[in-house]
Design a protein around this ligand. Structure first.
Ligand SMILES: NC(=O)c1ccc[n+]([C@@H]2O[C@H](COP(=O)([O-])OP(=O)(O)OC[C@H]3O[C@@H](n4cnc5c(N)ncnc54)[C@H](O)[C@@H]3O)[C@@H](O)[C@H]2O)c1
Length: 431
């Protein structure tokens, strides 16, 4: 489908900065940070698996040492749901907190963002949820200070204004996206990923790869419609010259260090560089957006019935976020490469592919081959069929992708239902 020439296109993009402190062994500083922010009573949102481990214990000790009052909320769901977001919001509203701390992966950090939003601005839960599932209203004003301490090298949620949840009734993932959701500070400390199971390192690391690859190949910001007011310019603005820098560097770091971090969790340099890559990719995609692989991943994750991933402490079927995204990626890059072959080749080179002699017509295949090579090295399931889907599920997967406009509209090449059908079909078995 061609883009409408009558629609006025945007001419600007906005880089919303993220405040990150990176260093080994810095988590103990958090009590001082909260004191400096004037915090007296903090809601500590923590993944229960992390509470007895070093990241949780270090944060609790620091809050105690610096006399910051706190209450623990550890009812965090791995891959949160509308119910778990609401439970955190209710706890936050009743607790009279002046600040929020998040310790964990994307699941804990996103839960903390929701708790902060709904305890600061009243309104219906779906007011701020992305349209068309929610009303997609912009957040009216700043939230309470939120300090995020990531324990996975993955989502970059410590840098973004995004909180993702599974809307269980609709079997679809969606989220809330606004700059005001961004953490006040991200404490990025590689000591905190020391206990990460290799399968989680792989899945969350592939999320980093996907964030960088999709933001770099997304539709350019100046092809998006012009918003009526600056407040309506979305966080996901399309590829732009600043996000490109972050995306390419994150691809290089991921190609070099993710296999090392996966094979050897005691490799301190690899773990540190992956945590840095996650934050770097987060700053890039947080201002540019992601596209088809993420849009397609939401029904893939939401409709799961049987897959039980190793390394994840859950009592129900699930497909880890990074896996649900990467399984769509080879088919998508073959499809989108004709829209901007040079970018697909540049991304392949940043991921370590040998692109000598490759021309525009080869770009999709070269990039897909390199992504598949990395997937195989990280022992990723071979396609959607390996996580429980068959061709009969494709119509429902397509139905579940179509409402994800917020991200799918950033595809450099538009994808209608028939295109998505073919992309899901090609993603059933990848190699
Ligand atoms: N907000 C954003 O910008 C953004 C971006 C991408 C994804 N997400 C969302 O984030 C969620 C996924 O987050 P994730 O990939 O970081 O994983 P996660 O937070 O779901 O954690 C995965 C598993 O690893 C365990 N774990 C985490 N850190 C550990 C550690 N250091 N040691 C031992 N175990 C540890 C957890 O207990 C859990 O079992 C999904 O809901 C996804 O949709 C959000």
């Amino acid at each position: 489908m061609a883009r409408d020439p009558q629609v006025k296109r945007d001419t600007a993009f906005q880089m919303a900065a993220s405040n990150i402190r990176f260093g080994r062994g810095i988590t103990h500083e958090i009590g001082m940070d909260l004191r400096d922010l004037g915090a007296k009573r903090t809601m500590l949102v923590i993944d229960p698996a992390l509470l007895p481990l070093s990241p949780g214990q270090t944060v609790v000790r620091s809050l105690e040492q610096h006399d910051v009052g706190f209450e623990i909320f550890s009812d965090v769901s791995v891959e949160p749901t509308d119910a778990s977001f609401r439970a955190a919001a209710a706890f936050a509203s009743e607790g009279g907190f002046d600040s929020v701390v998040a310790v964990g992966g994307g699941s804990a950090i996103d839960t903390a963002k929701a708790a902060n939003l709904y305890s600061t601005h009243s309104g219906d839960f779906f007011d701020y949820v992305n349209a068309p599932i929610g009303r997609g209203l912009p957040v009216e004003g700043p939230l309470k200070p939120l300090i995020a301490v990531p324990t996975t090298a993955g989502t970059g949620s410590e840098t973004t204004g995004v909180a993702i949840f599974d809307y269980v009734e609709k079997k679809a993932k969606t989220g809330i996206a606004h700059r005001y959701l961004k953490p006040t500070l991200g404490i990025v400390d590689s000591e905190n990923t020391r206990t990460l199971p290799p399968a989680v390192a792989a899945a969350s690391g592939l999320d980093v790869l996907s964030h960088a690859l999709e933001s770099y190949t997304a539709m350019p910001f100046n092809e998006r419609p012009l918003p009526a007011r600056p407040l309506e310019r979305p966080a996901y603005q399309g590829a732009n010259p600043i996000s490109d820098i972050w995306a390419l560097r994150a691809l290089e770091l991921t190609a070099e260090f993710l296999p090392r971090a996966f094979h050897d969790p005691t490799d301190d340099e690899a773990r540190a560089q992956m945590l840095l890559a996650a934050a770097i990719a987060g700053i890039g995609f947080g201002n540019a957006g992601v596209h088809l692989p993420h849009g397609m991943s939401y029904p893939v994750a939401g409709m799961v019935t049987q897959h039980r991933p190793t390394g994840y402490d859950v009592d129900h079927a699930m497909i880890p976020h990074g896996i649900s995204v990467i399984l769509n990626t080879p088919a998508v890059v073959r499809y989108t490469s004709s829209a901007n072959p040079e970018r697909h080749l540049t991304a392949a080179r940043a991921l370590g592919a040998d692109v000598r002699g490759a021309g525009p017509a080869d770009a999709g295949e070269v990039l897909a081959a390199r992504v598949i090579e990395i997937m195989r090295e990280l022992q990723v399931p071979n396609g959607l069929s390996a996580v429980g889907y068959t061709d009969e599920d494709i119509p429902a997967l397509v139905e579940g992708t179509l409402p994800q406009h917020r991200v799918t509209k950033l595809s450099p090449r538009p994808a209608e239902a028939a295109d998505l059908t073919e992309l899901f079909r090609q993603s059933m078995k990848i190699w």
